[in-house]
Design a protein around this ligand. Sequence first.
Ligand SMILES: Nc1ncnc2c1ncn2[C@@H]1O[C@H](COP(=O)(O)OP(=O)(O)OP(=O)(O)O)[C@@H](O)[C@H]1O
Length: 259
Amino acid sequence: MTMGTAAVRVRGLWKRFGQQVAVAGVDLDLPAGKFIGLVGPNGAGKTTTLSMVTGLLRPDQGSVEVAGHDVWRDPVAVKARIGVLPEGLRLFERLSGRELLAYTGRLRGLPGDEVDKRATQLLDVLDLAGAQHRLVVDYSTGMRKKIGLAAALLHNPEVLFLDEPFEGVDPVSAQTIRGVLERYTGSGATVVFSSHVMELVESLCDWVAVMAAGRIRATGTLADVRGDAPSLQAAFLELVGAGTRDTASDLDWLGGGTR
Ligand SMILES: Nc1ncnc2c1ncn2[C@@H]1O[C@H](COP(=O)(O)OP(=O)(O)OP(=O)(O)O)[C@@H](O)[C@H]1O
């Protein structure tokens, strides 16, 4: 894939769960080689969108292309080119971290010695070398994110999708993950990650898509989306119209007063 082409191209994407419309007609072009943040409040539809984009959830309507291939017509081509760290990551709990990477690498069709080499480096960079022979079931939340990230990177994907990768991760591990991702995008790969933490997106991303109530509300470079607002957070609150409600008056019983 050449620079300048879209890493992800979404057209007319819809998903309903019963009465609930989770994704309401999303169109999105995400440029290759960027660090991209998909931001929005809880329930905006980020996870549902990423699940459909990565071939984990079938859309009601619409199309998705990743790295030039249609996700639903050509799933094998797409899955070979992407890495995914899903929300609520499920791992093989009774494997050690090292075994999990070995298994993932072989599933990806990599030769055994290459898997060993890459696994050793990833475990080292992600500060998991000391825990590599412990079972995944005994890993902490942050360690699980890191081993999940290692598994998603092992085959050197063109596009990496991360759903809330920093949730439950301590600042030191977050810095480590960040370093790995920056190096990876620096080499021309694309990272798409979802988050509701604006400061994080602002400090990491060069491109953002703002989502609310199942729709894309703004998309573009960080500077474009931020506009004249002092921060992405402020721009975001303006976009989704959440800055005006006086929440304090709704909770007048909270603190002090009657119990
Ligand atoms: N499997 C499901 N069944 C029913 N409703 C669902 C399902 N998955 C998502 N939803 C609903 O769709 C909407 C979008 O959810 P989604 O998880 O995509 O949001 P999100 O932006 O990822 O939120 P968060 O930041 O809280 O993870 C929500 O109203 C949610 O309740």
